[in-house]
Write a protein that binds this ligand. Sequence first.
Ligand code: MN
Length: 320
Amino acid sequence: MSLSRRALLSGLSSVAVLGCSSEPRLRASRVASAPAGRVVTGREALTVIPGIPTQDGAGVSLTRVIGQRALDHLDPFLLLDELHSDEANAYIRGFPDHPHRGFETITVMLEGRMRHRDSRGGHGLITGGGVQWMTAGRGLVHSEMPEQEEGMLWGFQLWLNLPRAEKMCAQQYQDLAPERIAEHRLASGGLLRAIAGEVLGVEGPVEPRATAPVLLTATLRDESPLTIDLPRDHSAFVFVQDGEAEVGPERRTTRVPQDHLAVLGPGTSLTIRARHERTGILVAAARPLNEPIARRGPFVMSTQEELDQAFLDYRNGTLG
Ligand code: MN
């Protein structure tokens, strides 16, 4: 069954593609859950991809995981960068003013501080354990700069596509201070922090999005398996930012070393074990859009024409 047909049958996803996600609606995360009675299957790693060291912004050293040759995108995820350095020279130049249109940028800070400012006077500080979920929508110009001159800066930026019908919606920020993230203490002593979606009975604070994302970080302290439910047809990945993990159901596991990403196959659950006494993971899942992607630099649209318009609007100062 095609996604669009299923969306029509569900009678709810069709709402999601008509309005903007910031408008109130039923929680979309319920839609993609596997119907009761279906066989529960554990997701396996389809491929494991190493992050590639590169530079972006004004000369920030980072590891690009999604948005590189080996993994251009994982619909609806467009990009995943990890910043991880205690050398100021690697991050101090930051990301001065630049535009975005057509998608969402999610900044997850593990350690350190980033200052955000946009062209309309909006600003915010993202601190260790905090998250900024920014819906660029029809556009904005902003800067993302480290708010520190030394010490560890460790975090992610994840780009999540918007459905074509929402690309020109108004900008929206969800600034989530560390205490807003929903935490679940694992029996092993590890900690799971849910940013979006429902995981192990805790619900991430991000408002419902059209792609019904599940996003979490977790630290694992021993080899006891962590098993979570994930919506069956969501695209999903596990990134290992610390230590080493084993992903997949028993006897069908795959080792995922540090700074590697496992693309997950379909299924309703995910099991992860640490293979190191201190293992840190990022898990993301979201409903694929199955729409054409026209992307260049900071703009992600659906057609070349829309992309050209974005560059034109940026040059004319009418992006937002
Ligand atoms: Mn940006």
